[in-house]
Design a protein around this ligand. Sequence first.
Ligand SMILES: NC(=O)c1ccc[n+]([C@@H]2O[C@H](COP(=O)([O-])OP(=O)(O)OC[C@H]3O[C@@H](n4cnc5c(N)ncnc54)[C@H](OP(=O)(O)O)[C@@H]3O)[C@@H](O)[C@H]2O)c1
Length: 354
Amino acid sequence: MSSSTASNTTNGRHLFKEYPTGFPTPGQSTVYDTSASIDLDHVPLNGGVLTKLKVLSIDPYLRELMNPNLGTSPDFVPFALNEPIQGHGIVEVLRSENDKFKSGDFLHADVIPHEEYPLFSKEATETLSIVEKRPELPLSVYVGAARMPGWTAFAGWKEYAKAKTGETVFVSSGAGAVGSIVVQLAKHQGLKVISSAGSEDKVQFLKDLGVDVAFNYKTSDTREVLKKEGPVDIYWDHVGGDTLDAALENMNQYGRIVLCGMITGYNTESGDVPTQKLYTAVWRQLSLHGLLIVPALIEKYQSSFEEEVVAKLADGTFKYREDKRYGLEEASQAMLDVQKGSNVGKCVVVVDGE
Ligand SMILES: NC(=O)c1ccc[n+]([C@@H]2O[C@H](COP(=O)([O-])OP(=O)(O)OC[C@H]3O[C@@H](n4cnc5c(N)ncnc54)[C@H](OP(=O)(O)O)[C@@H]3O)[C@@H](O)[C@H]2O)c1
């Protein structure tokens, strides 16, 4: 929480302190720090924008960026020690020297430092965009179903799933931010949807979304379920490892696999996710697609995303579930909870407001 004197306001920050080798430890791998302050009225902007942090998205990839050996994509670099964690979020403009943005505007950015008063340089303002908020949706949904996780689901589905009515799709981690949109897109298109999650509560949420076969992968055998309910035409992977193997074993001829994430590897030192059954892809002539939500893919599907997802979220056709934490000091624990599955729905940290 911020405190202020006549000209100085505490600028709370969520700092990266050590590279974890397993799960991140709240208050140790990352810490909430109140040693910095900022003069909100006089700090020079030099053509930039001074903002107040509103909402942060707590995404699984934040743990991937805590791996110093990360070398997966030039777009993703590991976090620097003793610097704020950076991630998706929404800020409110306090002062601006950029004509496009005025005080009170809500702005999106993909790379926001986890601090209560982010200052964007003139160059960094290029990465900001105004939130086109529908009144029916809270601001927080604009870091979840209506933004990056929703884009990932929609653009990946359109580009790679090649879904046909009557086919069968399996979505792992289906109750999460991305998965819950994928299962609804699939149901909407008339597919049979099989989906797994890690608790009875999440399984109930999957049923509420209309999933045909919802199961708890901790108490049911994924292979048995897929054997009984498959074969699977499309597997949407969030997990990797043995779950990917179970899907590979139960794929239909010419099936498609969308590799969206592999969370089983994120909290290990190497980040590797061993897979044993890849050879099945040869015999069944499967297509495997790595999905990364990059600007070109967003641009391609942005306008249809507004109509086919955001409008449906706004009118209640599509459902979303959020796990809201309040205050930047909660970000450290929230990051661990997303890795462990203790989050129920899209995990967001509301720093100021709703
Ligand atoms: N490719 C891209 O551009 C892109 C973009 C966004 C997200 N992603 C990836 O998509 C996946 C889902 O992201 P999200 O934001 O929607 O997160 P999320 O599903 O809301 O949260 C992560 C979930 O992963 C599950 N999980 C954790 N450890 C697991 C394990 N060992 N086995 C099975 N499930 C496990 C937990 O759910 P349970 O309780 O059900 O286990 C946890 O709640 C992640 O892998 C993420 O990295 C990729």
